[in-house]
Write a protein that binds this ligand. Structure first.
Ligand SMILES: [Zn+2]
Length: 265
């Protein structure tokens, strides 16, 4: 499924795999002039290609290497002749086809291999200059695209919701906190997220998330210092495991969220 909408001259493509008529997890792509930021997942690649017909896309940039952001790279390069760009640290991973967990196959599918060029410090379109700012945490290669005149931040999966509690084992919430503080200091007006949400109260949202993550960090570290194991800390802080635990083969869990505060920056 694909939903297309406009916001301040940006076209948002919100995409997802329907399971029993519902989208369980959205992905997104945003068109800024002739540039497309991210390309969604493999399952929606053909739909995105059709939706982009006649829209004048010349470049596709990826925010990080995850399969729900690079899924249409190869198809768009082949059919539309777009140039691909991605963060330097993501290139080797995008060029491979990593093994996926069953939930990843189900929700997103395996991205066809593609060979983007390395992003520089800035990327320009006919109407905008976007700065490329490394903001690790969700993944070690994630970059935010920052348009300083409009104060737009294309934040990808760095910020998805105000009170995150779930993450995967590769995520580093201490790094994410540093990145979110850096982003807040830039006073963004609007955040465009990896799930396709557009947050217009960007600074307020960031303040709330930073406060929340700091509280969780302090609580988790305090309980660990008191001798509790991560599983016990989850019970103490949240009373249960994440509702997504079973469906994602234990990948999306509160325990990974807690552990990420304990393993150091
Ligand atoms: Zn991601």
């Amino acid at each position: 499924m694909i939903e297309i909408s406009q916001f301040e001259g940006i076209t948002r493509f919100k995409m997802g795999t329907e399971l029993d008529g519902e989208v369980f997890y959205w992905c997104s792509a945003y068109q800024v002039d002739e540039l497309l930021i991210d390309s969604g997942c493999a399952h929606t690649a053909k739909e995105l290609l059709e939706a982009l017909e006649g829209r004048g896309i010349k470049m596709v940039v990826n925010t990080h290497h995850h399969e729900d952001h690079i899924g249409a790279n190869a198809l768009l390069a082949e059919k539309l002749g777009v140039e691909l760009f991605a963060p330097g640290a993501a290139l080797q991973r995008i060029a491979k086809q990593p093994e996926l967990f069953p939930h990843q196959e189900l929700l997103w599918g395996r991205a066809q291999r593609s060979l983007p060029h390395a992003l520089g410090e800035e990327i320009s379109t006919s109407g905008h200059r976007l700065q490329v700012i490394p903001m690790p945490g969700h993944s070690d290669d994630l970059v935010v695209f920052w348009e300083p005149k409009q104060r737009w931040a294309f934040v990808s999966d760095l910020w998805l919701l105000r009170h995150p509690k779930t993450c995967r084992n590769f995520e580093n919430n201490l790094q994410a906190l540093t990145s979110l503080q850096r982003l807040k200091a830039m006073r963004p007006r609007v955040m465009f997220t990896g799930l396709g949400d557009i947050e217009e109260n960007a600074v307020e949202a960031l303040v709330e998330t930073i406060d929340w993550l700091e509280q969780c960090r302090d609580r988790a570290v305090g309980l660990a210092e008191g001798g509790m194991a991560p599983g016990e800390i989850v019970q103490e802080m949240f009373g249960r495991e994440s509702a997504h635990y079973e469906m994602t083969q234990g990948q999306f869990s509160y325990e990974h969220f807690v552990r990420s505060f304990l393993k150091g920056p």
